[in-house]
Design a binder for this molecule. Structure first.
Ligand code: SAH
Ligand code: SF4
Length: 363
């Protein structure tokens, strides 16, 4: 049994000898009615509700400590504290009719990409599946509360109003999801469960720095999730400089693994490319990227570097013209691309930055 199973409420109820329908009632209360504590699950007999509260079974294993919202109000980020007093973060992006949540998968990250604040923290531990799942549960509860307040209507747990629930999940917060494979997959299954989140696997994106064994496992799994590869450079040498993990999983082998995933799943791969001025945004970088991806089912997401003082002075934000130039080169190779601006500077939203910042403020 994994640690994760041991700590799940479902497992506990079974260990207490509760009937399967009780487990279903609890799940319905947590995932559909979106209650905030056990006593809110009114379908349960009072003695069972009391037992859950009395046994000090944590209703949540992560506690929100601070939230910030972007000026346009569309992006909101919350910092949580785990039971062992570590910090993680999660972001909600609100688009009309579509809500996307960015989740963290580890506390810190061992990959050490040169531009990434999470990478600077090193790795503390993997998140449990429950800690991953509860990030999304938190946002669903917020969305429900807002809707109830706005409309004054009663919540419909079996048929929630359109656009009021999280519909897309991206594993682009802190950590490397494919180095926490079991727990990430277990969370994906909970997200997908029709009785829980009911989020289509096609609405889930796993972003990886390029952990080949994880990509291979995912290919075998035959789950049609979206795969995003954090590429950042199209040549092996430059990539090793920016992404130290490239030394363990070199570019050519990595692309083979990604190609197999793409062939098996039939999915277009998203390539993330953090643009660093003077490092990977020259004309030759665009040409190399175009050549690498021209015969592949690909979409490139350019992300202008979000400045972190702790990542060193030699890393600079690019100007938008240089990104447009890269996009034009890619167009020549028939490779579609977009520039991701949503996680803007104003809230220091690139992964890991909030956790670091508030640590400093609290000290
Ligand atoms: N570890 C995984 C998923 C989390 S990182 C991965 O690397 O894919 C999520 C994304 O945030 C990655 O594409 C990463 O490159 C990007 N990112 C990290 N630091 C950034 C920064 N300072 N500015 C802009 N994007 C950043
Ligand atoms: Fe880890 Fe991703 Fe940050 Fe690299 S970019 S250090 S893989 S979280």
């Amino acid at each position: 049994m994994t640690d994760d199973k041991k700590e799940s409420i479902e497992h506990l109820l079974r260990a207490w000898g509760e009937k399967p329908y009780r487990v279903e009632q609890v799940n319905h209360g947590i995932y559909r009615e979106l209650v905030s504590h056990f006593s809110g699950i009114t379908s349960l007999p009072i003695d069972l509700r009391e037992k859950l509260e009395k046994e000090k079974i944590a209703f949540s294993v992560i506690r929100p400590v601070k939230s910030i919202r972007s000026a346009d109000g569309n992006t909101e980020k919350t910092l949580f504290e785990t039971e062992d007093k570590k910090r993680i973060e999660s972001v909600l992006m609100r688009h009309i009719g579509r809500k996307t949540v960015c989740v963290s998968s580890q506390i810190g990250c061992p990959a050490g990409c040169v531009f990434c604040a999470t990478g600077k923290m090193g790795i503390t531990r993997n998140l449990t599946a429950r800690e991953i799942v509860e990030q999304v549960l938190f946002w669903n509860r917020i969305l429900k509360e807002e809707w109830v307040k706005e409309t004054g209507e009663k919540w419909k747990p079996t048929n929630p109003p359109h656009g009021v629930r999280v519909r897309n999940i991206v594993f682009m917060g802190m950590g490397e999801p494919l180095l926490n494979y079991e727990n990430v997959l277990s969370a994906v299954k909970t997200f997908n469960d029709p009785k829980k989140f009911n989020i289509g696997v096609r609405h889930i994106t796993i972003s990886t720095v390029g952990v080949i064994p994880g990509i291979e496992r995912l290919t075998e799994e035959n789950l049609p999730v979206h795969l995003a590869l954090s590429l950042h450079a199209a040549t092996n040498d430059l990539r090793s400089e920016l992404v130290p993990m490239n030394k363990a999983f070199p570019l050519r082998k990595l692309m083979d693994a990604v190609d197999r995933f793409s062939a098996r799943s039939g999915r277009r791969i998203f390539y993330e490319y953090v643009v660093l001025d003077g490092k990977n945004n020259r004309e030759e970088d665009g040409e190399a990227l175009g050549k690498l991806l021209s015969r592949r089912l690909a979409h490139v997401n350019f992300i202008p570097y979000n400045v972190n003082p702790e990542c060193g002075k030699d890393l600079r934000k690019p100007d938008i013209e240089s990104i447009r130039r890269m996009q034009n080169i890619l167009m020549k190779y028939g490779v579609p691309s977009t520039v991701r601006m949503t996680m803007g500077d104003e809230m220091a939203a690139a992964c890991g930055q909030l956790a670091n910042k508030s640590d400093e403020e609290d000290e």
